[in-house]
Design a protein around this ligand. Structure first.
Ligand SMILES: NC(=O)C1=CN([C@@H]2O[C@H](COP(=O)(O)OP(=O)(O)OC[C@H]3O[C@@H](n4cnc5c(N)ncnc54)[C@H](O)[C@@H]3O)[C@@H](O)[C@H]2O)C=CC1
Ligand SMILES: O=C1[C@@H](O)[C@H](O)[C@@H](O)[C@H](O)[C@H]1O
Length: 338
């Protein structure tokens, strides 16, 4: 069977996902496309020679009998309405992060999904499909470094535009660490604190950059995440887990090392699209395969979307109260999501 997919939002990541479904992955076909930027969406259909219909209304796309599954890749504030609609229509939906912009909105999706008694939602936290994080998790789970005690992480982007605001360092950028780190440690967060180091001269006047977020887990593990979105030198993701018997590192992306002109060199990627390219392929291939085989979706769930949104909300409050440790109080995970 071929999963007939409708895409809502054809910006940067929407286009990437359309291309990978069309050119790289198997078992799925783009049959419908929507974007408030009609010209751009139609241009994509033409440029990629898609056998797809343009829908001016995203809700109509979701309800169309031609569409089996929906990809929500428009901007965050519009995710909730489209995900809810898809779930109500009992359609599978892959939603880019964030699932919704508030924890309450995520809970509404969770409740609707439980009402349908079927796992229909996968959230685009692709790092859970990254070979490096998967290998790191295996190392921890096998007990190779003993019980994890401390985790140091960094999320560095070379630059961001003027529209990027201080809260986006949490909601847009660190949200990936928020999701992947508790999965990696099989743990939950209980508190968060934000501190601001000296500001880089490369950030816009309204942006606090870099930032350090300190998080504590239920098991007592202390996590520090450096978010530095104007680091200039590259797109660099770091993760180091300090255990009682050793230390485990997230592998570096495979790049060629050269010895040349009295220097040892290894390139660093500049673009987030390249850094996790295989993880994006794997997460969407898994989504398509599970639908095709009638299996339960195995990626991040709408509950994970809620957990990330709630944690992000607390981190944003912590940004506004620098140095203050704020509690993270999560609802109990329903059996449906265990
Ligand atoms: N997993 C990941 O690593 C990444 C995830 N994202 C997430 O993907 C989403 C999209 O991000 P980008 O593609 O970078 O943004 P973008 O700004 O390049 O594209 C967003 C697109 O959505 C369209 N749009 C906005 N509101 C709409 C609506 N109500 N209905 C239909 N279309 C609408 C816009 O016209 C635009 O084409 C965001 O939620 C972002 O956080 C983005 C980049 C990487
Ligand atoms: O999701 C992403 C972007 O939206 C975000 O703006 C970047 O900071 C992240 O590195 C990237 O993975």
């Amino acid at each position: 069977m071929t999963v007939k997919i409708g895409v809502i939002g054809c910006g940067a990541i929407g286009l990437e996902h359309i291309k990978r479904i069309t050119n790289t992955l198997s078992g799925g076909k783009i049959v419908a496309v929507n974007d408030i930027n009609e010209n751009n969406a139609k241009k994509i259909i033409a440029d990629l020679h898609l056998d797809a219909k343009f829908y001016a209304d995203g809700h109509e796309l979701i309800r169309s009998a031609d569409v089996d599954a929906v990809l929500v890749t428009c901007w965050g504030p519009a995710h909730k309405e489209f995900v809810l609609e898809a779930v109500k229509q009992k359609k599978y939906v892959f939603c880019e992060k964030p699932l919704a912009t508030t924890a309450d909105d995520c809970l509404e999706i969770v409740e609707e999904e439980m009402k349908q008694k079927k796992h229909l939602v996968q959230v685009g936290f692709m790092r859970r499909f990254d070979e490096g994080y998967v290998a790191l998790k295996k190392t921890i789970d096998e007990g190779q470094i003993g019980a994890p005690l401390i985790l140091h992480a960094a999320h560095r982007n070379p630059a961001v535009d003027e529209k990027y605001t201080t809260d986006m360092a949490i909601n847009d950028t660190m949200i990936h660490e928020i999701d992947v780190l508790h999965w990696l440690l099989d743990d939950e967060y209980i508190s968060a604190q934000v501190i601001y180091p000296r500001k880089t001269g490369n950030a816009s006047s309204h942006l606090a950059d870099p930032q350090i977020v300190l998080v504590e887990t239920k098991k007592g593990i202390r996590i520090d995440v450096e978010i530095f979105v104007n680091c200039k030198y590259g797109y660099d993701i770091k993760c180091e887990v300090v255990g009682e018997d050793g230390i485990a590192y997230l592998p570096e992306p495979a790049t060629v090392q050269t010895r040349q002109k009295a220097a040892l060199n290894r390139p660093i990627l500049m673009d987030w699209k390249q850094r996790f390219i295989k993880a994006y392929d794997y997460e969407i291939q898994a989504f398509i395969n599970n639908i095709n085989k009638g299996q339960k979706l195995n990626g991040p769930t709408s509950w994970d979307g809620y957990a990330a949104a709630l944690t992000a909300d607390v981190c944003v409050q912590a940004q506004q109260n620098p140095g203050k440790i704020l509690p993270i109080k999560m609802k109990d995970r329903p059996d449906f999501y265990k």
